[in-house]
Design a protein around this ligand. Structure first.
Ligand code: SIN
Length: 273
């Protein structure tokens, strides 16, 4: 397996590996690379749906998304589909998958199935590098805060969402600065799609500080970009990164298959004393 960094902040491209025949040692190397780089672009695969499921199950239990359309033959894989006449795309704003759940998704694994002739890249931003880019005083303030996350934005979305009223759940609360459950690294954990306010603050009081954090967290120097090619598979750690699907291929179709893997409740970050 060959690994090449994608940017100074995060991301790595992986070649010379075959996800269809991943060994236990191969999986350990992949998971370690994921925790180090936040997102992996694995090139030149012919990942079958069954191998996609097997790869996800190496990481943990599959977390079936309750809002997305399932793949008919494999209902634990979600479709991320853009029809040529769609004006907006699924995931076309910066977000963290499943942050509205009490134990949010650990990682997501996206496999390219139909790609437009140009565009359709996915951008990623490192929430550890973004956190490190803040002043010590502001970090202290953020570490004392929690934020409310909700799936309510799906109620306004008409982009490829296949859910009825029973899909919606009560809002949940996470620390604004989490400790990554595997490495302990501090990660900023608020996102524009699902964070509604700081706990104990009104939405109006929360909005200016959240807007500042979203703008900060997605500064270009904290990002990398995956340009999809046939056979590409991306894996990202939802605690370490946010992502954004670029809607710049109007008139063309795009189809991706996504699996998310269950995570755990997110602890607050406490700096070592
Ligand atoms: C998503 O938000 O999971 C979709 C990303 C993409 O389609 O590039």
């Amino acid at each position: 397996m060959k690994l090449t960094k994608l940017s100074g902040a995060l991301g790595a491209e992986i070649t010379q590996t075959d996800l269809n025949i991943l060994t236990s040692d191969g999986f350990t190397s992949l998971r370690d690379a994921l925790f180090e780089h936040g997102v992996l672009a694995i090139r030149d695969q012919s990942l079958t749906p069954d191998a996609h499921i097997a790869l996800a199950e190496h990481f943990g239990t599959i977390d079936i998304n309750r809002f997305f359309t399932p793949v008919a033959s494999h209902p634990n894989i979600a479709e991320v589909r853009t029809a040529p006449d769609m004006k907006r795309v699924i995931g076309g704003t910066w977000h963290t998958d499943h942050s509205y759940d009490p134990a949010p998704a650990m990682c997501s694994i996206l496999a390219a199935r139909v790609l437009p002739p140009y565009g359709g890249d996915t951008l990623f931003a490192s929430m550890t590098v973004a956190y490190e880019g803040l002043s010590e005083g502001f970090k202290e303030t953020l570490k004392s805060l929690k934020a409310v996350h909700s799936d309510s934005s799906f109620a306004q979305s008409n982009v490829g969402i296949d859910a009825d009223d029973t899909a919606f759940r009560a809002p949940t609360v996470h620390p604004v600065v989490i400790a990554h459950p595997a490495t302990g690294a501090p990660c900023l954990y608020v996102n524009g799609d699902f964070t509604t306010k700081f706990q104990g603050w009104t939405p109006e009081e929360s909005a200016p500080l959240l807007a500042m954090l979203y703008a900060h967290a997605t500064r270009p120097e904290y990002t990398c970009r995956i340009a999809w090619r046939p056979g590409s598979v991306a894996i990202w750690d939802n605690r370490l990164v946010q992502h954004f699907a670029c809607a710049d291929y109007a008139g063309h179709a795009r189809l991706m298959h996504r699996i998310t893997v269950e995570g755990e409740r997110l602890p607050s970050y406490r700096a070592p004393s």
